[in-house]
Design a protein around this ligand. Structure first.
Ligand SMILES: [Fe+2]
Length: 152
């Protein structure tokens, strides 16, 4: 399994999700490969990106009264708790945790997020509108991202 990027078969076909997930993969790579002196800033950016992505998903779950909301939210919460629990300045531990996030994310994408995407598509067909995209304010449709110094 490629742990450095999302493969083409990992996209869900929902632009909102796919863009957010691509941004997360990019943030993880920046954290892993960036200089030590930028680690804390890059970690904060990754956490912010994850929180934004998870928030949008959770709002969509609520909008369609998704039956697996609790278990899906628990998966999000565990990742965020792990990242928030990192000791400030412990770059080695932070990189080890960050290296595990993308493989976790690929499994999460292939299971929980795919199931949610299908539920949203079904709900969208039932209501005659693109699933979930009419229920979320436009500002939430694109993940907030910090500029990445070496990529901009
Ligand atoms: Fe998710």
């Amino acid at each position: 399994m490629d742990t450095n990027a999302l493969s083409a078969d990992m996209v869900l076909g929902i632009p909102l999700f796919d863009e957010a997930h691509a941004a997360l993969a990019e943030q993880i790579n920046v954290l892993l490969e960036g200089p030590d002196e930028e680690f804390e800033e890059n970690l904060a950016a990754l956490i912010e990106c994850l929180e934004d992505d998870f928030r949008v998903e959770e709002q969509l779950m609520e909008a369609i009264d998704y039956p697996a909301t609790r278990s899906h939210r628990e998966q999000h919460a565990r990742v965020l708790a792990t990242l928030h629990g990192l000791a400030p300045g412990d770059i080695d531990a932070g990189r080890k945790v960050a290296a595990l996030i993308l493989p976790w994310f690929q499994v999460h994408l292939a299971t929980a997020d795919t199931a949610l995407a299908i539920a949203l598509q079904i709900a969208g067909r039932a209501h005659g509108a693109p699933a979930g995209q009419d229920d979320v304010p436009a500002a939430r449709l694109s993940p907030r991202r910090r500029p990445i110094p070496h990529l901009s």
